[in-house]
Design a protein around this ligand. Sequence first.
Ligand SMILES: NC(=O)C1=CN([C@@H]2O[C@H](COP(=O)(O)OP(=O)(O)OC[C@H]3O[C@@H](n4cnc5c(N)ncnc54)[C@H](O)[C@@H]3O)[C@@H](O)[C@H]2O)C=CC1
Ligand SMILES: O=C(O)CCC(=O)C(=O)O
Length: 528
Amino acid sequence: MPKVLISDKLSPAAIEIFRTRGVETDVKTGLSPAELRAIIGAYDGLAIRSASKVTKELLEAAPNLKVVGRAGIGVDNVDIKAATAHGVVVMNTPFGNAITTAEHAIAMMFALARQLPEASASTRAGKWEKNRFMGVELTAKTLGIIGCGNIGSIVADRAVGLKMKVIAFDPFLSDKRAVELGVEKVELPELFARADFITLHTPLVDGTRYIINAAAIATMKQGVRIINCARGGLVEEAALLEGLQSGKVAGAALDVFEVEPAKENPLFALENVVCTPHLGASTAEAQENVALQVAEQMSDYLLTGAVSNAINVPAISAEDAPRVRPYMELARRLGEFAGQLTQAKDGVITHVTIEYEGAVAQLNHKPLTAAALAGLMAPMITGANMVNAPVLARERGIEVTETVHDRASEYQTLIRLTIATKTNTRSVAGTLFAGSKARLVEIKGIPVEADFSRHMLYVTNQDKPGFIGRFGATLSDAGINIATFHLGRAAAGGDAICLVSLDEPLPETVLDAVRALPLVVQATPVTF
Ligand SMILES: NC(=O)C1=CN([C@@H]2O[C@H](COP(=O)(O)OP(=O)(O)OC[C@H]3O[C@@H](n4cnc5c(N)ncnc54)[C@H](O)[C@@H]3O)[C@@H](O)[C@H]2O)C=CC1
Ligand SMILES: O=C(O)CCC(=O)C(=O)O
């Protein structure tokens, strides 16, 4: 039974889902990095929000970890590169808290416009300072949205409803989508120059870090108000502080900070700053949504291999998983077979081509390619799996080509893998028999029909009389039982191949004896 650790505060709905799905679940929140490192080795899955940091060091201490599930959107607390290198799938829940976070941004905009926190504090203190709090209307004001994805789009929709003029900067916002949302697409300098309110909704990545800095603030309207419910680090706090103190920026509403938890911050001293402690996603509805979703996704992956909302691996829907899984198995086995045949003397692999024909051509082939690469590299690289295999291939300069054929094939469905090294090219092809059973049907273009079995011996020989008898005698003299025996040849008298499955591993001495037989070109044991 797979075992999951929940290390941040998640709705109890998640535990319920894990347990009913048959995933053993521990909840241990508030652990220090060292405490988490000390126990992570026992778990297959880790469910987190934003407090737990999934670092390279944590991943190094987690040999069994297969999946990290982020109950939320931002994954900047996860070292994705390191997770990928360790073969760990990272998933998030991209929609579950989007409405709630967009509503928080809108609430923050109102709070800024009407100084609600200060007015509330003053009233509760019995001051009745009616003249102190003069607000601004939102109607007809220009809202500049930076990042118009899930959350930014919902903010746009709500702001349009408030009769604001909405302008947006997002390099991936299409003209059509902008029209649908009722927003005007602009470049960033124009947004800075025109917006009365600016709200941020991008991830924190290298390209967005300090997207609001001193230079940007200098180009903004006098009296601009800035809202950040995305990530600390998008706004340079020192520059914002200066802008607020000079009056250039009339107010700022911040849910997120460069350093969190933000217990001390010079911005807190200013009365035109509204702050919340990273509450964007904190509604009962959103927390229920993300907890349910992350538990379902992680359980699906651990129990069935279905992948949804993964950041670092191609998606396989739960619906597709039963159809795709046998093909992944076939692709992986073809990769393993080819990997074991590729010998050190062949030199490094330079190119891998994966062809999909027949029924398999209709499927999402990304996970199949990843599985084939994982199989290929597994004999050479410990820990290679379908998460890290495409990266490992890229790092090693292996060019990967996927070809999807719509031509009719002799087989109803076929995957062919061709491995090129500097000195050699090898190909293997397989099909699914009876819908789910992986079978080898071609090696080096020579037809064969063989199941993948635990212990196999692959021999290439010259197609001349005498080979089969001597080969059979060598194995039987050594007391080795042949379970199945498959022969194939390119043409009479030409290159021939022989693939046998054995009941036990072939001792080195017998392998040497086979290799020494006349007509044998090479003999390679293959195990699964
Ligand atoms: N305060 C909170 O509790 C929460 C904060 N968040 C934050 O909100 C962020 C946005 O979430 P979603 O809208 O769901 O993500 P999303 O991926 O749907 O949208 C992000 C948008 O930013 C755009 N973008 C990327 N680089 C950009 C750039 N340099 N300039 C302008 N736009 C750029 C992308 O094209 C995309 O459309 C998350 O990454 C997360 O950090 C999300 C949920 C809760
Ligand atoms: O889990 C939380 O409270 C924060 C949510 C968040 O920041 C996110 O989903 O990106």
